[in-house]
Design a protein around this ligand. Sequence first.
Ligand SMILES: [Zn+2]
Length: 204
Amino acid sequence: MKKTLLILTAMLFVGFTAPAFSAETVNTMTMSADEKLQAEKIIMELHNYNNEKMKEGYGPFVAAIYDKNGNLVAKTANTVVKDKCPLHHAEMNCIKAACEKLGTYDLSNKGLKMYVTAEPCVMCAGGIMWSGIDTVYYSVNSKDVQKLTGFDEGYKPLLWKAQFKKRGINLYGGIEESAGRASLDKYVLDGHKVYKPERQDNND
Ligand SMILES: [Zn+2]
């Protein structure tokens, strides 16, 4: 009896202390095994690429677009600090590079897939909608990005995922998150810039 009580107490303790991060998986259960493996492989490559680019002053986010045959179309890092432009998030840079490569503003109906090391922010979610990309796979969710780095990911409508779905955009999140969180941790620990406008926010 005492032993059972001890185990129950231990389980309660673990239950209350373990979830330090809001692990968020979106639709991952609906991915085929092959698609899941492919997404995990590409996202892990992107985490490693991100770690390299951070050393050069880019990031800490990178994105890639692949075509339906698995060929790389574009791979870009966040260049906000390098370019002195707040719009140059990895996803926006990637959409632009893909459009230039394919010679069109319309990326729809091509089976294009975007992979990104973190959940798209409010601007990039809009950019993805405008681009026509079919599918987005992301790693670390916005809440964890904010918690780990202090970046302001911005407001997103509560139903943004439903709005993606309505437009035929498949969205999968939470892929290889722990490697992604480690990259973000390293970015901050290494003293890289957490850029944001130096405005006074109203909290009323
Ligand atoms: Zn963004």
